[in-house]
Ligand binder design. Structure first.
Ligand code: GDP
Ligand code: MG
Length: 592
């Protein structure tokens, strides 16, 4: 198929505005899948099905005839949540156009705006489409007005569809040909890597956009990033299952199987070319910086090797995750991981569990702090254990974020109360219809401690929150250290804003008290900041001997009891003089 007949586009929208449903209709109308057989076909990952959200971009090639001429449409599904902006812009790199989908009952929402801005930045042709016009609560006219006011759109160019019923979808498909331009041919072989994943029996599969040239089985390609050569075994398109092709042509989006075995050789944004050509690589993606950190540990310490294998494999499909090994006497072996946001973190955990069959424990999230040193230098402190000595620190800075919160006006007072309690500073407010839109500046730490859930429940689910990192600001950050029997426990040290130290210290002492078994002596638990005790608990002693309960003769019963105790011991760990269950400390960090 010649390049003028190819259209590469994506659908962008706020969450739940109907992307996946619209994609299903596209696949059906073009005959790519059979009607009614599949739902949300593009949401391949199990976690997406469970949560009903799209996390990882997937592509689908569809052949479609307009006025008797056959075109190849490549639809790239994009994730909707702000934590995945990275994936969105990555999908956009392979597109010339974007369908901007807006729910007729909701109008413009936080992510409609941010996606629109991203698409504009990438110079995509944007097609506005209002969805769910079948619903009685649809407010189509006022949404059109919003699009005219906010985005300067021409009302005659706005499509109105029901993705669910199919109304207007064929018309939209027919217009894509004229509205979205075909890709450009760079003539020489140039494959831009959009995505990659690992198949057990085939190795690493690359999803590429053919910026130019042809690619077929038997060819050799060279990675511009690593200067390594690979033999091409198979090329094909996802339509939506893998369909092998004779060759991939300029403008196509397709998969490539090679002898690449290690997923870390597939760096998203890399360019592959002929080994002998001088083609310059496409500029890659900006490296994103994680702003939310947490520890990930195997639920069963024996699974550490499994986790070790899986976590890196998974991380390679998600270049935005940062992973470092971490081990301590108290927590055991695990990883310290950096994510773009809390949802990103949650999804990563679910993918570990679903795709790799692992049970993992996550410690509650924290942000990195910047320590400004007396010698003028600065260091990032992602983990309290790594914090420089107080004597060399001038002060700390904390990451801040600009948050956009939208909610129906009647919930504004509760939203304000909440934001106030989280040290939010109002910067701007706006009204659309009966919706209020606020811009607040927050310490990022306050946002990642479940502010989103709190806003959802304060607004009966109608509120939305989107945030973006906006730099570091000076803050009073202290190191909180938990002591057991007067010994400091490294794994239980935290960087916290001073005004939160007492609250956190109290919570942790309480949780430890609930989780640590009684000992033969009184166990003392203290939370200290700079040597000063700010919270404390005690666990009373017990001298109980478990077998004493069994009357003399019953040996088997006694043995069973001792066995169970031994089994229990395996799951125990000594911390100084105190014995704790292996997962105690991790569960102490867990969210409520
Ligand atoms: P996504 O998060 O943007 O992928 O949204 P989904 O495609 O998962 O849709 C979210 C919800 O809206 C689902 O329950 C869909 O069935 C529903 N939905 C999508 N399009 C329409 C539509 O045109 N009309 C109605 N009534 N519901 C729709
Ligand atoms: Mg979806």
């Amino acid at each position: 198929i010649s390049i003028e007949k190819i259209r590469n586009f994506c659908i962008i929208a706020h969450i739940d505005h109907g992307k996946s449903t619209l994609a299903d209709r596209f696949l059906e109308i073009t005959g790519t899948i059979t009607k009614g057989k599949h739902e949300q076909y593009l949401d391949k990952l199990e976690v997406e099905k469970e949560r009903g959200i799209t996390v990882k971009a997937q592509s689908a090639a569809m052949y479609y005839k307009v006025d008797g001429i056959e075109y190849l449409y490549n639809l790239i599904d994009t994730p909707g949540h702000v934590d995945f902006t990275y994936e969105v812009s990555r999908s956009m790199r392979a597109c010339e156009g974007a369908i901007l989908l807006i729910d007729a009952t909701q109008g413009i929402q936080a992510q409609t705006l941010s996606n629109y801005i991203l698409a504009k930045k990438q110079n995509l042709k944007i097609i506005p489409v209002i969805n769910k016009i079948d619903m009685t609560s649809a407010n189509t006219e006022s949404v059109i007005q919003q699009l005219v006011d906010k985005f300067n759109m021409n009302p005659n160019e706005i499509f109105k569809v029901s993705a669910k019923k199919g109304t207007g979808v064929a018309e939209l498909l027919n217009n894509i040909v004229t509205l979205i331009p075909p890709p450009q041919d760079h003539k020489e072989l140039k494959c831009f890597l959009i995505d990659s994943w690992y198949l057990r029996d085939k190795g690493v599969v690359l999803l590429i956009l053919m910026k130019g040239g042809y690619l077929k089985k038997g060819d050799q390609i060279l990675s511009c990033a690593f200067k390594k050569k690979y033999d091409v075994f198979e090329v094909g398109i996802q339509s939506p299952e893998n369909v092998p092709q004779e060759r991939l042509e300029p403008g196509q989006v397709g998969y490539v199987m090679t002898n690449m075995k290690a997923s870390n050789e597939a760096r998203i944004g890399d360019t592959f070319r002929h080994p002998l050509s001088k083609t310059l690589p496409e500029t890659g993606f900006e490296q994103v910086k994680p702003l939310v950190y947490c520890g990930i540990y195997p639920e069963d310490p024996d699974d550490y090797n499994e986790l070790n294998k899986s976590i890196f494999k998974l991380a390679l499909t998600d270049p935005a995750v940062i992973i470092q090994k971490e081990s301590s006497a108290a927590l055991g072996n695990g990883y310290r991981c950096g994510f773009l946001g809390v949802l990103h973190m949650d999804v990563f955990r679910e993918r570990l569990e679903n795709e790799y069959n692992l049970s993992v424990l996550l410690t509650s999230p924290s942000v990195p702090y910047k320590a400004i040193l007396r010698n003028g230098k600065d260091v990032m402190v992602e983990n309290a254990i790594m914090a420089p000595d107080a004597a060399v620190i001038k002060h700390y800075e904390q990451p801040m974020a600009i948050a956009t919160i939208m909610c129906p006006e009647e919930y504004s007072p509760s939203v304000f109360q909440l934001c106030d309690a989280r040290n939010g500073r109002l910067i701007d407010s706006e009204k659309y219809d009966k919706q209020d839109r606020y811009t607040f500046k927050f310490p990022l730490n306050e946002i990642i401690q479940d502010l989103f859930d709190k806003i959802k429940s304060a607004t009966k689910g109608y509120g939305s929150l989107e945030y973006e990192f906006c730099g570091f600001e000076k803050a009073n950050i202290v190191k909180l250290v938990i002591h057991l029997m007067d010994d400091p426990v490294d794994a239980l040290s935290f960087m916290v804003p001073e005004e939160r130290a007492h609250q956190l210290g109290k919570k942790i002492c309480q949780r430890l008290k609930d989780n640590i078994p009684q000992h033969l002596f009184v166990v003392s638990i203290q939370a200290k900041v700079g040597g000063k005790v700010i919270a404390a608990e005690k666990i009373g002693s017990t001298g109980k001997n478990v077998t004493a309960k069994c009357y003399g003769g019953d040996y088997t019963r006694k043995k069973k009891l001792l066995d169970r105790q031994k089994e229990g011991k395996k799951r125990m760990r000594e911390v100084g003089r105190v014995t704790v269950r292996k997962d105690t400390f991790i569960s102490v960090f867990k969210d409520d």
